[in-house]
Design a protein around this ligand. Structure first.
Ligand code: AQP
Length: 330
């Protein structure tokens, strides 16, 4: 049977990139058969130091956003990663079989090493092992991911095989990535050469799911385009305008060709208004639901607690099997 796992870091209010690249797809997966685990992966978010109060606040923001977007906690198991200690236990067991050199070659580590002055932290080095443990702990078979994460799915399969050899049993199933054909990277509004990010330096670079109509319009109006006024989809040579087209498509379910045909005769200034309207139409009701949910912290905490109870049932059972197969208990 299909078991889906995915996670999102509570590093801020999610933006339209997180929505179009992950959350919208997470919601649609609920219509398909299979068991679903969606985790707010707080242990991953502390690989970079965060302020205590804002981190806690972001966990509740993320919970409210996911519910507002349509994650149904009755259907999907929605939980906070650190509520389930078995993630770190399994991560330790996997860490004992993964060669250091296998992690050293991962591009994100190489990138971090270039930026870091102190040689990088152990958590930053081993987070792909924790990511694999997140997946394997639920014996997940399908992972919704963007292209940049495929490398981690391959690593997870590799580690699952090594673990299975160690356990003398095909305990962990093969993991498959799943993605929508439209899954795409939404770019930073001020610098389309990089992706939109929760923790980018300025809020002007992203549209958060809780932004007001006016904020959405102002951010899109000031987004970087180019000197050509015609609306054409050309991500290579016209990344700014193409990013607006991607956003428009994501919020209207139109294709780039349809969007460009509809925008014939408009200049980029006029087109920005069309894009803003498409975004506002979807986000305005979502924002209302968010505020209603965010005002009831008791409800959000109980959703996370129920999710943790359900996740724990599976996590504890699987970890106990691994313990036994490792010979840590009889
Ligand atoms: N710009 C994006 N376009 C499309 N999809 C995106 N995702 C992130 N940014 C974009 C997808 O959102 C999911 C959750 O991401 P995450 O929060 O776990 O980590 P991230 O990829 O590092 O996202 P951010 O927004 O850039 O967060 P920070 O700034 O904290 O690092 C993932 O499926 C991701 O692909």
């Amino acid at each position: 049977d299909r078991v889906i796992f995915s996670g999102i870091q509570p590093t801020g209010v999610p933006h339209i990139g997180n929505y179009l690249g992950a959350i919208k797809y997470w919601v649609s997966l609920q219509q398909e058969p299979g068991k679903i685990f969606y985790s707010i992966v707080d242990l991953h978010s502390i690989t970079i130091p965060r302020e205590r109060d804002s981190l806690h606040c972001h966990i509740l923001d993320m919970t409210a956003c996911l519910l507002a977007c349509g994650i149904d906690p009755e259907h999907s198991v929605l939980f906070q990663q650190s509520d389930i200690p078995e993630h770190t236990l399994l991560s330790w067991a996997i860490g004992c079989v993964v060669p250091v050199n296998r992690l050293k070659i991962l591009p994100q580590w190489q990138e971090r090493m270039k930026q870091s002055k102190d040689g990088g932290h152990i958590g930053t080095f081993t987070y792909p092992v924790l990511q694999s443990a997140d997946i394997l702990l639920y014996k997940a078979t399908h992972i919704p991911v963007g292209e940049d994460q495929l490398i981690h799915i391959n690593l997870t399969n590799e580690l699952a095989q090594v673990m299975n050899r160690r356990l003398l049993k095909p305990f962990f199933p093969r993991v498959h990535s799943i993605s929508t054909s439209t899954s795409t990277r939404i770019r930073n509004l001020r610098d389309p050469s990089v992706k939109m990010s929760k923790s980018a330096y300025s809020e002007q670079t992203r549209i958060e799911l809780t932004d007001s109509d006016d904020h959405i319009w102002r951010k899109i109006r000031r987004s970087v385009t180019d000197c050509t006024s015609e609306i054409a989809y050309d991500p290579e040579n016209r990344p700014g305008v193409s990013n607006l087209i991607e956003i428009h498509c994501g919020f209207s379910n139109l294709t780039p060709d349809e969007v460009c045909a509809d925008a014939k005769g408009l200049d980029t200034g006029q087109y920005k208004r069309v894009v803003a309207d498409a975004v506002i139409t979807v986000l305005a009701p979502l924002r209302q639901r968010f505020h209603r949910l965010r005002n009831d912290e008791g409800h959000l905490r109980s959703v996370l607690k129920n999710g943790a109870d359900r996740a724990r049932e599976v996590a504890v059972a699987n970890w106990e099997c691994v313990r036994r197969l490792l010979g840590l208990c009889a």
